[in-house]
Design a protein around this ligand. Structure first.
Ligand SMILES: [Zn+2]
Length: 164
């Protein structure tokens, strides 16, 4: 084979490899579950949280992560939507109750690996801890805390305590 033909062959192989790789990557990205804006963990359907951060609506893996964003960045983060842990229904932050610090933490259980993007990945610190789970009814939250520990609070109070 002459040099020119060798080069042509190489070029074809390279293009095909790139195209397949790119296609595979695209497919991979498409099939990924929703990811948290702050910590990139996959979002668990029953702790999904929407908050306004830096003027835009962002998705967070859990209320604790959204409120940690506020504490870390020193910028106002306003939670606009919570998800009921029991039913997966959307909740208004104004009416929701949370259980703080129970033994259930969807984020920590789902993913031990943190930090694709080199955020401070101190193993002793987890931005999603203590766990915060949202409930539509105070009695549901109380019932849950009997089984899993933690403190029942109106979400408003918890959000205010993070803002300090
Ligand atoms: Zn997160």
């Amino acid at each position: 084979m002459g040099r020119a033909r060798q080069f042509a062959l190489f070029a074809i192989v390279a293009v095909v490899a790139l195209a397949t790789g790119y296609g595979g990557w695209r497919a991979y990205v498409r099939t990924q579950p929703e990811q948290c804006y702050a910590c990139q963990r996959p979002i668990h359907a029953h702790s999904r949280t929407v908050a306004l951060a830096n003027g835009s609506s962002r998705l967070f893996c859990c209320p604790a992560c959204a409120l940690s964003e506020q504490r870390q960045e020193g910028k106002a983060v306003r939670v606009t939507e919570l998800t009921a842990f029991l039913s997966g229904a959307k909740l208004s932050p104004n009416d929701a109750y949370v259980v703080k610090g129970s033994d259930v933490n969807m984020c920590a259980q789902a993913h031990e690996i943190i930090d694709a993007d080199k955020r401070p990945a101190d193993v002793h610190y987890d931005r999603c801890a203590p766990s915060l789970l949202a409930f539509a009814q105070e009695r549901e939250a109380i019932q849950f805390s009997r089984e899993h520990g933690g403190t029942v609070l109106p979400f408003r109070e918890v959000a205010a305590s993070y803002a300090k």
